[in-house]
Design a protein around this ligand. Structure first.
Ligand SMILES: [Zn+2]
Ligand SMILES: [Zn+2]
Length: 239
């Protein structure tokens, strides 16, 4: 029996109508083919308009490519890296791979420059869209609530070997990280809402056991000055 929550597309918030397909949370692309085969991976899927789902496809592709060099060093990261090389060899995504190579020109002689300088080279808008989409999908999966398509978020991406951001250590020190996810060697996540801070949402994700991603945003019902000023911003409102 379809629940009422399945009648809406979590990406745009509107009623579902054909063509519909199922969006994977996190993106299926996070899993190398050999990992998918080995673990018979069953991801969370959510019904979406095919067009809405398609809107994120290239950003997800970019996101994986741009983080691939940092994913190496774990089982799932190495598998993804091998898959990336194989795709490149087959001539897939050559322009994207070249773009990403340019972004990583500052990786000199195997020494990676500090995280804040690395992060600047990652397209922040595209990274934001992918990270926030994952959080929206998981939030919908757990709570049945659709977060606004556009919302003011702060995120960090920390490559291996760099100190985690303060928000992350605050969570771990307070024992608030409750790691979830069926394949945590590929993708683990945790979220916490702080009622004493206007229901601030704080998320932490671990990608390929290598890269820490944090995401902070105010609750959609927040009435603080920033939120009433900024949002909710509706899609196609020209912002
Ligand atoms: Zn939609
Ligand atoms: Zn607010």
């Amino acid at each position: 029996m379809a629940s009422s929550r399945d009648q809406k597309c979590y990406l745009c918030g509107n009623d579902l109508f054909d063509p519909i397909n199922r969006d994977h949370v996190p993106p299926r692309r996070f899993f190398a083919p050999e990992i998918r085969k080995q673990f018979a991976v069953q991801l969370i899927t959510l019904p979406t308009h095919a067009a809405c789902n398609e809107r994120w496809r290239l950003d997800e592709e970019y996101f994986v490519h741009t983080l691939l060099p940092f994913a190496r060093g774990s089982i799932s990261g190495d598998a993804l890296w091998r898959d990336g090389i194989a795709r490149f060899t087959r001539g897939e995504n050559v322009p994207l791979a070249n773009q990403v190579l340019k972004e990583f020109q500052h990786v000199v002689g195997g020494v990676i420059l500090p995280a804040n300088r690395v992060a600047k080279r990652i397209d922040p808008d595209r990274a934001h869209d992918v990270i926030y989409k994952i959080a929206r999908g998981l939030h919908y999966h757990h709570h049945g609530e659709i977060l606004p398509p556009l919302w003011n978020c702060h995120f960090t991406i920390t490559p291996p070997g760099e100190p985690p951001p303060e928000v992350f250590t605050v969570l771990t020190d307070a024992n608030l990280l409750n790691s979830r996810g069926s394949y945590q060697g590929v993708f683990a996540y945790s979220f916490h809402k702080f009622p004493e801070m206007n229901d601030l949402h704080v998320w932490a994700m671990l990608l390929w056991d290598r890269i820490i991603v944090t995401l902070i945003f105010h609750d959609p019902a927040c009435k603080c000055e920033d939120c009433t000023f900024i949002g909710p911003v509706l899609p196609h409102s020209g912002v």
